[in-house]
Each structure stands twice: as structure tokens, then as C-alpha cells.
Design a protein around this ligand. Sequence first.
Ligand code: 26W
Length: 817
Amino acid sequence: MTAIGLEFDQLQSSVEALRRSLSNRLMYGVGKDAVTARPQDWLHAAALAVRDRLVERWMITTRRQYDQDVKRVYYLSMEFLIGRTFSNALIALGIHDQMKEALASVGVDMDTVLDYEPDAALGNGGLGRLAACFLDSMATLGIPGFGYGIRYDYGMFRQQIVNGEQVEAPDYWLRYGNPWEFPRPEVQYPVHFGGRTMQRNGHVEWIDTQHVNAMAYDTVIPGYDTSATNTLRLWSARADEELDLSAFNQGDYQRAVEARNISENVSRLLYPDDSTMAGRELRLRQEYFFVSATMQDLIRRYLRTHSTFGRFSEKVAVHLNDTHPVLAIPELIRLLVDVHHLPWDDAMAHVRRVFSYTNHTLMPEALETWDVELLARLLPRHLEIIFDINAAFLREASERGAHDLDLIRRISLVDEYGQRRVRMAYLAIVASHKVNGVSRLHSQLMTRDIFADFARLFPDRFTNVTNGITPRRWLAQASPPLAHLVDEAIGPRWRSDLFELGALRKLRGDAAFEAAFRAAKRSNKVRLAHRALQRTGIVFNPDALFDMQVKRIHEYKRQLLNVLHVITRYNRILEAPEREWVPRVVLFAGKAASAYRMAKMIIHLINDVAAKINNDSVVGDRLKVVFVPNYGVSVAEMLIPAADLSEQISTAGTEASGTGNMKLALNGALTMGTLDGANIEIGEAVGQDNIFIFGHTSDQVDQLRCAGYRPRQVYEENAELRRALDQIRTGFFSPHDTARYTDIFHTLVDWGDHYLVLADYSAFIEAQEAADQRFMDVPAWTASAIENVAGMGKFSSDRAIAEYARDIWHVKSIEMQ
Ligand code: 26W
């Protein structure tokens, strides 16, 4: 390649320069003029103008990474819940206000056009959003990191509420094009399926396969307050040209086109389930599709600057975001051994040094296993490799003293009970040098329970990295009023060093600051009340306590416990309406997996309870219940800044970490929580006086279950609880369908109440009373809210990424000068 001295416009950040870019991009990028441009066109033009300014940084960073021959991190994730990009990019570039002014100068209101940007909702919940926060932090810290995943045509479904029930609608987020991505049709890799293996010249060949191509789409990930950027590379399935040709020669044009569609289905949609391992073949195809393309891509990148694999593990770190990308392990071995002809032991040694794995759940039903027969049919070579890894591992284990047959059976990568299945988490552990949980408690339980045998065999392999969130999106972008107030009080550096928030403590007792803090919170509540009025017609009082539970709907997260409190409060209000009640708005939001019957029933119940209470004239302002539809990143950015109370009430020992808990506390909400996941660490950081902790601890949960938990007894002994449950059972909230919720009743009272809702009920009610008391003491509540913000330093994803970089990936930041 010869260097040609191309000349570029130096793109400036002034209002005039942005205005000029807007006109150029509208005209030459979108192909419209100001007369015919719709808001979407302006947004598109503005996005292109912003993107142009990112590209220069992107080129420089890529060049620096190459020159410095840096070690790169490949973050493999089935999910990236990015949300919107426009505001985020403006903040990263520091041109938010200038762009607003430039748009205003052409008669466009930025806040209005912002709403036209669809969310990139390529994820289900916590795991996907964590990946997005981590990309933001890697770029901000200058860590040479690449996100790798799937460019789903359809993201997380859109949730509509029809007659109180969830209805799913497809999310075709690419309808109007995606201005943030760069298609790379020249970057395509074949991904093979099926066929069989044979030996030839001492090597294994995988033959008679079918294949689909993976085509790259790149998105720039800007860092904050740095010119460093990173790349998110997502793969889209493209049928092979040959596929057409063979069928075309046989004269069957229609079949050729159909075959194309079928093979391109692999990147069609995101599986909307975060609770069970469904075991669908297409899902397995997706997992292999994206990791195969990724491994081919990283080998190609490595070989551009190296002639042997000698330094491979010095230059490459591969991180597995849960087990979904774990086939990257046998795929890398296959590529090294079968294609590049490395000896097995060398390949295995590289793999061990390169891979690391994060576990995100202890729930047995969410731990992936794949049927051996399905693997044999779809990925026969990979199954052989997995068997070989297993044999070597079991040999190693017995050398380390694991002789007991029962132990060998327990730790084998292949579950031999019944249908033979491969345990993907075990494969990840055996082939990684580090395995981490996502909060202190979760990491402890992980090594005590689900991975106990492995923790004894490889004690140094297990570690903890408590999750974090990016303060750029979750405070700077989501809550401009609070962000500005914090800037005035302590300066703007908290955006890249969240521990700076600790300086807010010196304003303790400063009445003016406390009043300003309340005003910021209130304006966020007014913003939300206004939106809610537009969309639901429900009027609510911005001076009420906004009580929020926003997260996926799941029995372990115990939305039902929250509903029982709401019903109890309603009954109490009806009994003594004249008492002085702390007015509350209880907000719920969250999606249910489309096949999760109980979760859908819980949504229906919330809406039925809301309808009853909101229409009861005796209650009035004292209690309102709202289910906000279609929870996602953008809805979260609207809701979270308006919260006073954050419900984090999972059964202790079930929520790996939670990250919504961090977002809410960062926005000055007090946590109502069990001693679960990261709640424990949040309590330590903000002080036990500034959090409401209740309920059984994870040890007490174990003890209670062992001792024989009897929920019916709890039901019988607590009259208030019994009344609420009977109202649910007898159709008090569903008078036209009185049997609608009998299953909910029986699940809680007669079928074991697996998540101990009834066991924690009375403690929860008491903790809610304590919250009411505190809320009435306005200065005390404000002081606690400020302590929450001040204590959130640790929960920045920058801190989490710095730990991964130092302790797990062993990578350094790039030098940009
Ligand atoms: C195979 C189906 C499936 C898909 C996704 C099973 C399980 C998952 C994820 C592990 C679910 C998930 O998002 N876990 C959440 O990860 C967050 C980030 O670490 C944690 O904060 C949450 O506590 C955890 O539930």
C-alpha cells in the first residue's frame, strides 16, 4: 500500500461548523433539502455529522494500536444492549450544546428529533447492558478492546400492554437504516455446519459441510474525554453466492432464493429469553456463527503483524460474556490445529492463556447444556475436540487427586445422566485462566455451590469483579439537572473518575445545596409525570414518593412481593383514609420472556391491581400504580432519574449482581433491598443508615428451605397477608374472570413458594413503613439521597474494566500522544 496524501476537511466543533455539516449531510448524505426534510431526516443528517467527527479519532486509534502492537481484548457477547447512540456520542465529543444550537439555528428542536432514534436493543437485560457499559469504559480508558456479537435484524421485542396483558411486537430497528454502522462487505468469513470429519496426512479435516458467510458491520465506540475509540463488530449472515449458482443450474430459481433466506436466518432475531436454557437448534447455530467468524477475524488480524503463533497469547485476550460464546474455545483449537497445523498441546496452552469467562447467573435453569447428539450433527469436529479436552482434563484431575468416581462424574464436561449433554460452563472453566462472578456474594456462592468441585481443583482460577455502570449514560445523559448540579458543586471530573462524587459529602448540611438537589430530582419527576400523562392518562403528583421496580419480570426478582405491599397499602388506606398517608406512585416496568407464563401473569396482575386502585376515588393521590410499557434502555433513562425508592428485592442468593440498583442509587434513589448481589456492597458504600435492608439472608434462605419451609403457615398466621392473597385468589382485582390468578395464589401458598415471598412479607412491610417515616422527614431523606450519590464511586464500569484489564486480561491502555 502506498501512502497517498489525501486531504480532509478538519471538522470543527463550533456551532457554525456543525451547522454547515448538518446542511452538507442533509443534502449529500440523506439526499433531502430543508423544505422536504422530516424530523427523521434531520436526525439522520445530524447523526452523520457526528459520525464524521468520530471517524477521525477512530482512524488514529486504530493506527496507534497497530503501531504499538498492543495486546487486544476481544469481548464476546451474544448481547449488546446499546440503546440510542446520538446523545452519547455528543457527550463523548463534548459538543452537546453546540449541536443543540446548530439544530435550533435551522429550526429543529434537538430534544424532539432525539426521540426518533430507535434503540439498538440487541439484548435481553443485565448481561447485554453490562456489555454496552463495558464498551464505553474500555474506550474511555483507552483499553484496546473489540466488542464482537451478532447484528440481529430484530432486537428485543416491543412490549405493548393490551387489556392489561403483554403483547409482543417485532422490533425491526433497521427499518430506516442505521447511520452509526459501517458495512464491511469485504470482511466475510465462511461458517460451516454439519458434515463429518476424516483424517488425512495426519490432520483432521471437516468435510461435506454447508456454510453461511458472516459479514462484518462496524460501529465506532467513542471514549469520553479522550480521542481513543473502540470498535463494535457485529456479524450478519449472508448466503453464499455459490448457493444460488448450484440451484440456478438445476433451474430451480425459487428454491435457490428460499435456501438463501433459510441460511440467512441465523442472524435474524435475538432470543428474548433470559431465564431458561431453551435448547433450540437455531440458537446453537447463532452461538457458533458469531464465534467462528470472530476467531477467524482475530487470527487474521494477529497474522497481519506476526509470522508465527509464538506470541499469540501475549497479543490476544478473549473474554466470554457468560457461556453463550463458549464454542469459541473448540473453534480456536480447530483453527490452530486443523487449519494452521499447530500441535495440540501448543494450541491448548494458548487457549488456556487467552480465554477468561464471566458467570452471570446461579439459576440452574439458565445454565447452558447442549445435547451431544445435536452437537454431533451440527458441529461434529467441535464435539471431538470437546471430548479430547474432557479426557485431558479428567486425567489432570485424577493426577491432582480426584480419584473418586462420583467426583469424576460430577466434574465431567459431559453430563452422562439420561440424555448426554455438554455442560458449557464447565468447558469455559476448564479452558480459561480466570473465571469471575459479578458481585462479592455471587462469586462466593459460585465457588461454594455450582462450581465447588472446580474451585477446589483450581483455587487460583476463581475471582470476583463486581459489576459497574457508565456514569456518562446513567447520570450525565439521563439526568441533565442532577449532572449540572453536581458539576456546580464539585466540578465535572466525576464523569471519568466517579470516586470524585465522594466530595459531595462535604456539602452535608448545606441547605442551599439540599434544596437544589431536591429541585433537580423534582424536575425529573415532573418530566416523567408529564410523559406518563401523555401516554397513560394517569395523573400523578410529583411530590409523591416515586417507588420503582424496573427490570425483567421474573419470579426470583419478586415483583409479587412488591404487589403484595401495594395491595396491603391499599387495604390500609381504605381502612383509615383520614390518616396522614405518604403519597406514593408505585412504578413497575419490565418485559416477560414470551414463553414464561407466570411472568406474563404477573404483568397482568400488576395492571389489574393498578386499574382497581387508580380508579378508587377514596384512594385519590395517596396511591397510584403504573406499569410503564416497553422497558428498555431509553425508557430506563427516563424513569430512573425520577425514582425516590429503588426496589431490589430478589430472594437472597438469586440475583448475581444487579446493575439497575447502581443506576438508581447514582440518581439519588434509596434502595429497598435484600442482602443479595451488589446490594450488599451498595449498603457498605452508602452507609447502612441510607439503605433499607430487610428479609432473609442467603444463609437463612438455605436454612429455612432445609428446615422445611411452610408458606401456608405464614399465610394462616398473618391476617393482612391472608387478606391480600385471598383478594388475588377470589378475583377482587379481576371481577370478570375470578379464577384468573388462582395459580399465583397456589404457587405462593400451596406449591412451595420457591422464592420465599411469604417468608419475607412482614419484614418487607416494616421496611416500607420505615421508608415512609424517612420520606416525611424531608431533610433526612435528602441527606440520605445525597449520601447515595456520593457513595457510588466504586460502581463505575471504569473501575470494573480497570480490574479486568489488570487482573484478568493483562492489557494496558494505549498511548494516544
Ligand atoms: C440461555 C438463556 C439465558 C440468557 C441470558 C440465560 C441467562 C442469561 C443471562 C445470564 C441473564 C442475565 O442477564 N444475567 C444478569 O447479568 C447481570 C450482569 O452481570 C447481573 O447484574 C444480573 O444480576 C444477572 O441476572
